[in-house]
Design a protein around this ligand. Structure first.
Ligand SMILES: [Fe+2]
Length: 238
């Protein structure tokens, strides 16, 4: 099964959400987190395409889609409203029968010298379902003990990590879709905690999203039964 991020899909989903909100059947409940909002100075819609780097950590220059920055501190990115602490420790986030394109995301976590991988680093990962919902966005009513598409993994002795999951769907943030993305918090002793997001090459909303930093676009390739994503994290000292 595959997901196609076409504009037609986006419009269809948008129409569906509008209908659902009008009749009240699927509107998020009052306890659901607020949306991201819009960063200061960012234009509200696609016409503001280029204003995509309103985050705080500078990089040394443009980085092509799919290229993992090397020995440059990984750019922080907004946490968003859907983080939950206490996700289970597990390397696969996929529940039986879950819809979506399988993807393994793997790479290494390193310090700024990139001389070796960091062992025992915790990666706290969360993202939306293939139709763009989080377990705490007010649409699922799963119960507080259930963690959907969330998990914590640790790097091995060489600093390598691998998480198996599905490709997330886009969701509306105000009037505009966010590109597909995976949220990550990276925690390593002696290093500053990193909160960021990983993006997918070729998503048309990468060009209009006010939060994305292009250095966070993963390298991806087709793999047997799904996709493979690659991203190396570089942390600065605490
Ligand atoms: Fe998100």
């Amino acid at each position: 099964m595959s997901i196609t991020y076409s504009r037609r899909h986006a419009l269809w989903l948008s129409a569906g959400l509008l209908v659902a909100c009008r009749d009240g059947r699927s509107a998020p409940d009052a306890s659901a987190p607020a949306p991201y909002g819009v960063p200061p100075g960012a234009p509200p819609g696609p016409s503001g395409a280029a204003a995509s780097t309103s985050t705080s950590t500078p990089t040394s220059g443009p980085i092509a889609d799919g290229a993992t920055p090397s020995c440059i501190e990984t750019h922080a990115n907004i946490e968003g409203p859907y983080y939950r602490a206490g996700a289970p420790v597990r390397s696969s986030l996929v529940d039986p029968g879950m819809a979506g394109t399988p993807i393994d995301i793997e790479g290494r976590v390193m310090g700024l010298d990139c001389s070796k991988g960091l062992a025992g680093v915790e990666l706290d990962v969360w993202h939306a379902t293939n139709d763009g919902h989080y377990d705490n966005d007010g649409t699922m009513h799963l119960g507080r003990e259930k963690y959907l598409l969330r998990g914590r993994i640790r790097t091995d002795a060489e600093g390598r990590y691998k998480v198996s999951t599905i490709v997330p769907g886009r969701y509306l943030n105000g009037p505009q879709y966010r590109p597909a993305h995976v949220h990550v918090k990276v925690r390593a002793a002696g290093f500053a905690e990193l909160t960021t997001q990983l993006y997918f090459p070729g998503d048309p909303y990468n060009d209009v999203d006010p939060f994305i930093h292009r250095s966070l676009i993963m390298g991806t390739e087709k793999a047997k039964g799904g996709m493979l994503g690659h991203f190396d994290f570089v942390l600065r000292n605490a």
